[in-house]
Design a protein around this ligand. Structure first.
Ligand SMILES: NC(=O)c1ccc[n+]([C@@H]2O[C@H](COP(=O)([O-])OP(=O)(O)OC[C@H]3O[C@@H](n4cnc5c(N)ncnc54)[C@H](O)[C@@H]3O)[C@@H](O)[C@H]2O)c1
Length: 307
């Protein structure tokens, strides 16, 4: 397969300009790439153009890197995984893209999705998965350029992705007046490469399943305290004085749609063994929500516990 070298990567298209895709497009543009945006929702495209000068595009034939930030939940049920949007975009890329471009899936996806997309592209393009740890409430510290895991369908896919993401070194260039300029050559994001793309897929959904479990344990403990007349806040403060204990606050329950959706993706990724502890955690979250509903507690913004 023809491979794009780092210096050949000029045009980057971010597909899906929502909560995640918009800051990604802004970041890519700031790193000096000619940056385009595409979304099925024209309002998102207009917004990206107005806010950050991200150019809209309809034809994908001259793009070097495609970054997919499409939603992966069912439009009718935000807790249910759904990858049809990704597959329909992959079909358009397959029809229009030139050979050797990179398709980097940054959406959270079920295990096996990246290889299916590679098949849909008829092995003509590189496919990598670099899932996100972006966090809306702490974008300054947990933004686009924090350390990320990356996997490729094959070695050359991984190599191409690493060149695009990782090469943050500044290079010297001379312009027409022979003055020296510093040019950043890649995204400058520290990457942790893994040998199988499925490991990258699993990393993201297991991270969120782990967070789900930690919150569910605090819900469980809270319900225990209610049933046994124990002050939860005081118990939690006392527990958290130990160096390796960190009990979270249960707040409004497992929040946002990503944690439930991604935990389901993980449970569905196994045909045989299902994680019993996660299935129990889901039951605990239901009990905790019922408990709060019966007492008429106010809902707090759901993103608070999300990642
Ligand atoms: N937002 C976060 O904090 C966050 C963090 C980590 C990972 N993620 C993951 O990133 C992905 C995107 O999340 P988000 O929060 O930005 O979602 P979002 O709903 O805010 O944005 C997704 C965008 O994709 C667009 N879209 C959907 N189908 C499309 C299609 N077929 N073609 C073109 N565009 C399409 C939608 O119109 C929307 O603008 C999800 O997989 C999510 O799990 C999100």
């Amino acid at each position: 397969m023809h491979t794009e070298s780092r210096s050949q990567i000029k045009k980057v298209l971010v597909i899906g300009l929502g909560q995640l895709g918009l800051p990604v497009a802004k970041y890519v543009k700031e790193r000096g790439f000619e940056t385009f945006g595409y979304d099925i929702n024209p309002v998102k495209v207009e917004n990206a153009e107005k806010k950050y000068g991200i150019k809209s595009i309809e034809c994908f034939d001259d793009i070097d890197v495609f970054i997919l930030c499409i939603s992966t939940h069912d439009p009718n049920d935000e807790y249910t995984p759904f990858v049809d949007g990704l597959f329909s975009v992959a079909q358009k890329i397959s029809r229009e893209a030139k050979n050797g471009s990179l398709v980097s899936i940054e959406s959270t996806v079920p295990k096996g999705t990246s290889k299916k997309i590679f098949e849909m592209l008829n092995h003509r393009l590189h496919v990598a998965h670099a899932p996100h740890r972006w966090y809306a409430l702490e974008e300054d510290v947990h933004g686009v350029n924090q350390v990320r895991v990356v996997g490729g369908v094959s070695d050359c896919c991984l190599k191409t992705a690493l060149q695009f993401y990782d090469s943050g070194n500044e290079v010297l260039e001379f312009n027409n007046n022979n003055t020296q300029t510093n040019k950043k050559n890649g995204l400058g994001i520290p990457m942790h490469p893994v040998s199988e793309i499925e490991i990258a897929e699993l990393t993201k959904i297991v991270e969120n399943a782990d967070r789900y479990m930690q919150i569910a344990f605090s819900e469980d403990l809270y319900l225990y305290c209610q049933a046994n007349n124990v002050n939860f806040g005081e118990l939690r403060d006392a527990l958290n004085t130990k160096w390796n204990v960190k009990i979270l606050e249960p707040r409004d329950g497992v929040g946002g749609h990503c944690l439930p959706k991604d935990t389901k993706m993980f449970l569905q990724s196994s045909k045989s063994i299902k994680s019993k502890i996660l299935m129990a955690a889901m039951e605990v979250d239901q009990d905790y929500r019922r408990f709060r509903e019966i007492r008429g507690y106010r809902l707090v913004p759901p993103t608070i516990n999300s990642s």
